[in-house]
Design a protein. Structure first.
Length: 299
């Protein structure tokens, strides 16, 4: 799938444009205890689009490098947990697998990013050391901006969002975008999103974490939501995300509808996806829930 996106400065609406060539899925399969299930083959999977089974054109169980944006809340409420957040992010960057790249983004009222996506740990350390706790939480705008930055890179992409609060909205110098804008943008992005909502309040207090929003955002893209209650659990959540990124099966298909000569072109059609393991109802399969598409055909 081709993807591009931006936030309009005039009306604060998110404008994306997509065209379908093939649909690529990163699929994680775990058992009832949350343990990854290895050793599955292409024949083990059933991929459904709009309820219709699709024929896989590509499948690999092998390690695939991933580019990750670490988007970290640096608003005033994280002051008491600042060192733990910096440490968790640094450990994530230091433990990148071969071929992986990362970039750090810090947000409060605004968002600023490290200079590039890279595996150079010193670059990540430099921006983490510059992190200061100040300002309000413009969470929604920051996520959309991060997705826009990720749209410039190829291959597998993920976004790890850490926050200890909810967006405070435009009246309190929060986001112009809404939670619905973010959810729609995420569905269009082909980015797997992991959210870490810190629910342990420090001495200064904290805004309440928007658990439904963070959960919906992660599940819609095939990621996971974590809600740690103390700083050690924050570090564990970051490590769990890193492990999760390389416990996957990667597969792709050309939609049967796009292959049909009689198919009509439909703009911004939501196509629900479901992936199953044949004969294994006991297993849990995670991937994105669907995609928006516009089929483009030559006259």
């Amino acid at each position: 799938m081709l993807f591009s996106g931006a936030v309009s400065a005039q009306d604060n609406r998110v404008r994306f444009e997509v065209s379908v060539e093939s649909v690529t899925l990163d699929v994680i399969v775990v058992d009832g205890r949350g343990r990854f299930v290895p050793g599955l083959s292409q024949e083990d999977f059933v991929v459904l689009e709009n309820g219709e089974e699709q024929e896989l054109a590509f499948f690999t169980p092998e390690f695939t490098p991933v580019t990750t944006m670490l988007l970290l809340d640096s608003s005033s409420s994280i002051r008491s947990s600042l060192a733990a957040i910096q440490t968790a992010a640094y450990l994530f960057a230091r433990n990148l697998s071969e071929g992986d790249m990362a970039r750090v983004g810090l947000f409060s009222n605004n968002v600023r990013f490290g200079p590039r996506f890279t595996d150079e740990v010193d670059e990540h350390l430099a921006i983490l050391q510059s992190m200061r706790a100040a300002g309000c939480t413009a969470l929604y705008d920051a996520i959309l901006t991060a997705l826009d930055e990720l749209s410039t890179v190829e291959g597998r992409k993920s976004l790890l969002v850490f926050t200890d609060g909810d967006d405070v909205g435009p009246a309190q110098q929060g986001s112009q975008a809404t939670s619905d804008d973010v959810t729609e943008g995420a569905k269009l992005s082909e980015v797997t999103i992991y959210t870490v909502g810190f629910t342990g309040w420090g001495p200064e207090g904290s805004e309440s974490v928007n658990i439904p929003f963070l959960t919906t955002l992660a599940e819609a893209t095939g990621g996971r939501a974590f809600f740690p209650e103390d700083v050690e659990q924050v570090k564990e959540a970051f490590l769990d995300v890193q492990e999760d990124l390389h416990r996957h099966y990667r597969m792709a298909y050309i939609p049967r509808e796009a292959l049909s000569e009689t198919a009509e072109t439909t703009d911004e059609t939501w196509r629900p996806l479901e992936v199953r393991v044949r004969g294994r109802d006991d297993l849990i399969v995670r991937t994105r829930q669907g995609y928006y598409a516009r089929a483009e055909r030559s006259p």
